[in-house]
Ligand binder design. Structure first.
Ligand code: SF4
Ligand code: SF4
Length: 202
């Protein structure tokens, strides 16, 4: 795949993870159109992450955890669009980022963390917005072993109590959808179902 097209796809995915509905439809359509159980799993994981980022207040859980995901792990890969978003905050990025090969990274522990929270919340990089459900490395076993079109059970690190809370909400929404409609929700159905549940507080 052409590199600039790939970067554009990731940019759409970043918008989608920030709650942009059109971008979400675009990304899910591409994934589902591939017709593979693995890409179907990715579409669900993507929806889980979008629900986490957009619809559920997790400040208390992340405060309790202490921001472990920003302190440990591989460096955070930055795309060109991440750099532009960070630059818009007038941060002197040269103090924080480093280059390896042709890519730029933030180290971990992340120097932009402020206490337990992200110090650049409005310009959070794509990789950070993907944590934990849409991080390919974390979910690769789940994705590669997926053999049907059902919503996959994600891998959630034991310390990520925010991810566990989100999964318990999603899991109950899946069960509820099954009991009402007699079938598992598609990724779109799931997104709608959770959105409705949260809007009506049920
Ligand atoms: S997302 Fe998970 S690992 Fe990261 S700060 Fe929140 S609870 Fe901790
Ligand atoms: S940019 Fe923000 S969310 Fe990402 S690792 Fe740094 S502090 Fe954490």
């Amino acid at each position: 795949m052409d590199k600039s097209f790939q970067e554009k796809l990731h940019l759409f995915a970043k918008y989608a993870l920030k709650g942009d509905e059109e971008a979400m439809r675009f990304v899910i359509n591409i994934l589902l159109s591939l017709g593979l159980p693995q890409t179907n799993a990715v579409a669900y994981l993507f929806v889980y992450q979008s629900i986490m980022n957009t619809y559920i207040d997790l400040k208390e859980e992340c405060r309790k955890c202490g921001g472990v995901c920003c302190r440990f792990g591989e460096p955070v890969e930055l795309y060109n669009f991440d750099i532009e978003d960070l630059k818009a905050l007038s941060i002197d990025l040269s103090r924080y980022i480093f280059k390896s090969g042709d890519r730029l990274y933030l180290p971990r522990p992340c120097p932009l963390q402020n206490g337990w929270a992200c110090g650049v919340h409005s310009a959070k990089p794509y990789a950070c917005l993907s944590y934990p459900f849409a991080v390919e490395d974390l979910q690769k076993e789940i994705i590669s072993s997926h053999i049907n079109s059902k919503p996959p059970k994600p891998f959630i690190p034991h310390f990520c109590i925010a991810g566990q809370k989100v999964w318990s909400i999603i899991e109950s929404a899946i069960r509820e959808h099954e009991s009402i409609y007699g079938k598992e929700p598609t990724p779109y159905d799931l997104l709608e179902h959770v959105r409705r549940k949260i809007a009506t507080n049920t």
